[in-house]
Design a protein around this ligand. Structure first.
Ligand code: ARG
Length: 578
């Protein structure tokens, strides 16, 4: 492992200086440093407000005093430290920027990695679709977000396990089975047809108690291993799993384990029985078994139907036990839509009351919902965009864009682009732009999904990041024998770029801690903007001196490395040409 990066060492150094100063002043405030948003505020900052309050002092004066005391003790990592409006701001020295850039050059794909996760296991439940329903845009968010969180955690040393929980034991699948029976559907070509049947039975079941009863019986059959139901289920599974695999392949997403909820019926029943025995759950007047969560400030939760069959919630109890037994995780993360927030709070609470030793290690990441400009997605109402169609559209759009650009380049350079290369690039850009569009948005925010905007190459898109990387590679290619080397002092735009490059390991550390791939996107966009201004004002291969040329080349190479590493964390492939 690489240990601490130069910048991480500088962070500890700044913390140490602040801590010493706080101690001298008699404050017990936390010596934490943040990374300011505005560049003028330096590279690291300590906010004096808590300490000022504790010591009954004016924060502005306290910051000035601290900065004055710290200044003579600054190590070579820092150029200076200043007090501004109650903050002590630290500025990295050029030496530190040099070390960070050399480190990146040396580490290559390892740059940005960390060790804080070493020896820790995290399971991540993502994608976890319902069998019998094709992946649609509503699922893409969990799939992409979870995959990126896994990559982030791995980068920082965690043993991160992607776990796909395939749900087929629920009412939806039972309804589908009943529908297929009723409509005599023997010849189903693909998963999309399954949706048509699902939509149809859904409409018909409203106000039809007989059909509802048949669904209940099908659910019982699933849990009791009824041969006929099993056969029907197997068929639905076969129809939907192959296309699912294909979608994962297109997205470049994989899992370390797969588990079907139907395998959990028995342990789920046992968990429900345990809850009753421990007095946590009771049978209500309708014969349903309900977990009593009211005096924990949560709504009660049904864990067994009156016919004794399990529910989504019951099976989640058993799933958590299963994962704990298998992995002994340090953390178990679930990535789903925030419409399930209550469900997770409820079953986490039940596990806590049941005394599960791991209950505090469970964490739910609920993301905002995705809607179309015309309204919410709903499989039931047939308002869905299939993932495969979406990616096809995006790829086609990307191809048009590339074609237009290539024409210009080919006229200029005479360089040809084969059909095969073109298709490969279009797929990389189309899928990449789609993924980026989803990852860019913080998990808590909703997304109104507008296909046109997602694949647009204008503005803050994944295509822009990919394009910047292709530009860097072109420069490196043209540089031929010229070797990148950090020599001489930097110009303002170079320093600005170097600072952003140096910040990469800190960004990744923070993003992993808060499970936030969107901050990786923000970072990459900022890096591209900095690179762009650097490239405008600092010619590389036509630099005024050879020293400047090799130095700038080092910055280009590092930018390429960081863009590659960052895109890898988002699960986005960069094409060779665009
Ligand atoms: N299959 C569920 C859905 O599509 C998501 C499952 C999430 N994972 C879990 N352990 N509950 O809504």
């Amino acid at each position: 492992m690489t240990g601490l990066s130069a910048v991480e060492k500088a962070v500890s150094e700044a913390k140490e200086l602040v801590a010493q100063e706080l101690k001298r002043l008699g404050s017990r405030a936390l010596a934490s440093v943040e990374r300011p948003r505005q560049r003028e505020q330096g590279d690291l900052a300590f906010a004096c407000f808590a300490a000022a309050k504790e010591l009954s002092r004016n924060s502005k004066e306290l910051a000035e005093k601290m900065a004055a005391e710290i200044t003579p003790r600054l190590g070579e990592e820092f150029a200076r430290c200043e007090a501004v409006n109650g903050f002590v701001n630290f500025f990295f020295s050029e030496g530190l920027l040099d070390s960070a850039v050399s480190e990146a050059l040396k580490q290559g794909p390892k740059y940005g990695s960390g060790t804080e996760g070493n020896g820790k296991t995290v399971t991540i439940d993502y994608s976890s679709p319902n069998v019998g329903k094709p992946l649609h845009v509503g699922h893409i968010r969990s799939t992409i977000l979870g995959d990126s969180i896994k990559r982030l955690l791995r980068l920082r040393g965690y043993n991160a396990i992607g776990s796909n929980y395939l749900c087929e034991a629920g009412t939806q699948v039972a309804m589908l089975l009943v529908g297929l029976r009723k409509y005599g559907a023997t010849n189903i070509r693909d998963e999309k047809e399954l949706v048509d049947y699902y939509v149809r039975i859904n409409k018909e079941i409203e106000g039809n108690p007989e059909l509802k009863e048949e669904v209940r019986t099908a659910l019982e059959g699933m849990e009791d291993g009824d041969a006929q139901v099993e056969k029907e289920l197997k068929r639905v599974r076969e129809l939907s799993l192959a296309p699912l695999e294909k979608n994962y392949e297109l997205l470049g997403v994989s899992f370390e384990e797969e588990i079907f909820d139907s395998s959990l019926s028995l342990p789920a029943k046992a968990a429900a029985a345990e809850a009753v025995k421990k007095g946590i759950a009771f049978k209500d007047k309708n014969g349903e078994t309900v977990a009593d969560l009211e005096h924990y400030g949560l709504p009660n939760l049904v864990i067994l139907r009156s016919n004794g069959t399990t529910l989504y919630s019951t099976r989640d109890l058993a799933l958590a036990d299963w994962r704990w037994k298998k992995h002994g995780f340090d953390k178990c993360i679930y990535v789903t839509g925030s419409d399930q927030n209550a469900h997770f709070r409820q079953f986490f609470k039940i596990l806590e009351i049941l005394g599960r030793p791991y209950s505090k290690r469970l964490q739910h990441v609920g993301y905002g919902l995705i809607s179309l400009p015309e309204g919410k997605f709903s499989t039931r109402k047939g308002r869905i965009v299939f993932l495969s169609d979406l990616l096809d559209d995006a790829t086609q759009e990307a191809k048009n864009e590339i074609l237009a650009r290539r024409q210009k380049t080919e006229e200029r350079t005479g360089e040809e682009y084969s059909e095969k290369e073109m298709n490969k690039a279009a797929a990389a850009v189309g899928v990449g732009a789609t993924k980026f569009a989803f990852l860019r948005v913080g998990a808590d925010k909703n997304i109104v999904f507008d296909t046109k905007r997602v694949v647009s190459f204008e503005g803050d898109t994944g295509a822009y990041v990919q394009y910047t990387l292709v530009r860097c590679r072109n420069i490196l290619h043209k540089a031929g024998e010229l070797k990148p080397a950090l020599k001489g002092g930097m110009q303002e735009e170079e320093r600005r770029l170097a600072r952003t490059l140096a910040d990469y390991p800190l960004t990744m550390k923070a993003a992993a801690r808060s499970l936030a791939p969107h901050s990786v996107c923000d970072y990459l966009l900022k890096l591209c903007a900095d690179f762009s201004s650097f490239y405008e004002s600092c010619p590389v291969l036509k630099a005024e001196t050879k020293q400047a040329a090799v130095r700038r080349l080092a910055l280009v190479k590092t930018t390429a490395t960081v863009l590659e590493n960052g895109l890898e964390i988002l699960g986005i492939v960069a094409p060779k040409k665009m």
